[in-house]
Design a protein around this ligand. Structure first.
Ligand code: SF4
Length: 364
C-alpha cells in the first residue's frame, strides 16, 4: 500500500501514474488527509469517476498514529502529546502557544524525528533513553496533523526539536518538511519550519548543497572543545573546527545569519571566558544566539539564577556583539520543555487527557 502521509503530492502522483489521476484530485486528497485529518479516502468526489476513486482506494491507505496520552500545562498552556506509531516505542510532540502574541492565536509544534536518540547529550532526557528507531515520514507528519485536528487555532510553525537528532533521519525529516510546507499539505511557510542539529556535519553540508528554504539551528552549548565533549559527545565525531567550517559554508551559500542554540548550565557555560571563546570561534560570522535554560529533572544540571543569566548576557554583549535572545522553554510542569522529552509511559491505554494542577506530581 502507498501511505498517503509518507509522500509529497508530486510523489503520490508519480506512485499512481498508471492510473493517471488528475493533479487536482491528488492535491485534494492530500490536503484532506494531511491538513484536515481525513482518516478514510472518500468513495465519491464531485466530477471524479467513481472507478478511479475505487482504484486509488485499493492502492492508497491513510496511516494514523495512536494518541496514547495528552497533558496540558495549566501554567503556560503548552500541551504534550504521547504517540505510538507502527514500530516499537513511543514518542512525544509538544504544542507551543505563541505567548508573546496573545492577540494572534496560533501554535508551533515541536515534533520528534526518532524514538530515543543515540547522541547522549548529558542534559537531555531523550539522550538517556538510548536510540530505538527512526520515525517514518508519515509518523512525523501525523504528529502535526493530529495536533492540528485537536486545536482550535492553526498550527503555523514546526520545529524539529523533539526526540531525536533530525539530521540522522535526514530523508524522512526533509520529506516531512516538504509536506508541511506544500500548499496542499499543511501549507506552513517554509521559513517557519526549523530543523535543528547538535552538529552532524555531513547533514549540514547536505542541507546546504540541497538549498532547502527551512531554518537551521545548530546546538553549540560550548565553544570549548573539551567542555563540549563532556556535554555533547558528538563533539568527538564532528569537532568544532569541522562544525564551524560547515556552518561558515552554509552561511556563504545562503547569506543567512546562523542561529546557534546554547543550553545554559549554571556554573558550567556562563562565564566571561565562555563568551570570549564563542566570540573567537565565530569571529566574522553573523550569528544569532538562542539561550535556553536547561531543564533537567534529575537535578544534575541547574538553571542559572537571574544574576548569573544577566551577567552572562552582559559578557556576551561585550565579547560577542551579536544578537542574543533568551528563549522561554515552556511546559516544564508537564516535562514537555526542551531536553525533557522521554516518552513517559501512559498511565492507561487508549486516549487519556490529563490536566495537571500545580500541586500534581511533576515527575509523571
Ligand atoms: S539534545 Fe537532541 S541530539 Fe542530544 S540527546 Fe537529546 S535529542 Fe539527542
Amino acid at each position: 500500500m502507498i501511505l498517503l502521509k509518507d509522500h509529497t503530492s508530486t510523489e503520490l502522483s508519480q506512485a499512481l501514474i498508471e492510473l493517471a489521476p488528475p493533479a487536482r484530485l491528488i492535491r485534494m486528497l492530500h490536503a484532506a488527509a494531511v491538513r484536515r485529518g481525513m482518516t478514510e479516502l472518500p468513495t465519491e468526489v464531485p466530477e471524479m469517476p467513481r472507478r478511479l476513486l475505487e482504484q486509488i482506494r485499493a492502492r492508497v491507505a491513510i496511516p494514523r498514529l495512536t494518541l496514547v496520552n495528552k497533558v496540558v500545562s495549566p501554567e503556560d498552556g503548552f500541551a504534550k502529546y504521547l504517540f505510538r506509531g507502527e514500530g516499537e516505542g513511543q514518542f512525544e510532540a509538544v504544542r507551543i502557544p505563541l505567548l508573546h502574541r496573545p492577540d494572534d492565536k496560533k501554535y508551533v509544534v515541536c515534533v520528534s524525528s526518532q524514538v530515543g536518540c543515540a547522541l547522549a547529550c548529558a542534559f537531555c532526557a531523550t539522550g538517556r533513553m538510548g536510540f530505538q528507531r527512526n520515525l517514518a515520514t508519515w509518523e512525523i507528519v501525523d504528529q502535526v496533523t493530529q495536533i492540528q485536528a485537536d486545536s482550535e487555532h492553526p498550527v503555523r510553525g514546526v520545529v524539529f526539536m523533539g526526540m531525536g537528532e533530525p539530521m540522522l533521519n535526514y530523508d524522512c525529516v526533509i520529506r516531512a518538511a516538504r509536506i508541511f510546507s506544500e500548499p496542499c499539505g499543511m501549507a506552513i511557510n517554509a521559513k517557519a519550519i526549523t530543523i535543528s542539529t547538535v552538529g552532524i556535519v555531513p547533514g549540514i553540508r547536505r542541507f546546504t548543497a540541497e538549498k532547502h528554504p527551512y531554518r537551521l539551528i545548530v546546538s553549540l552549548t560550548s565553544a570549548d572543545s573539551d567542555k563540549r565533549k563532556s556535554l555533547l559527545p558528538i563533539e568527538r565525531v564532528y569537532p568544532l573546527p569541522d562544525l564551524l567550517a560547515a556552518v561558515r559554508d552554509y552561511h556563504a551559500a545562503t547569506r543567512k545569519r546562523v542561529t546557534f542554540a546554547w543550553t545554559v548550565l549554571s556554573g558550567i557555560n556562563t562565564s566571561r571566558e565562555d563568551a570570549r571563546t564563542l566570540a573567537e570561534l565565530t569571529s566574522g560570522l553573523p550569528i544569532l544566539l538562542d539561550l535556553i535554560d536547561v531543564n533537567d529533572p534529575t537535578g544534575q544540571f541547574k538553571r542559572p539564577s537571574t544574576e548569573e543569566a544577566n551577567a552572562f548576557r552582559d559578557y556576551l554583549r561585550e565579547e560577542l556583539a551579536m544578537p542574543v535572545q533568551r528563549r522561554y522553554s515552556g511546559g516544564q510542569d508537564i516535562n514537555g520543555a526542551c531536553g525533557m522529552l522521554a516518552a513517559t509511559p501512559a498511565p492507561h491505554e487508549g486516549f487519556v487527557t490529563t490536566i495537571v494542577s500545580a500541586s500534581d506530581d511533576r515527575t509523571k
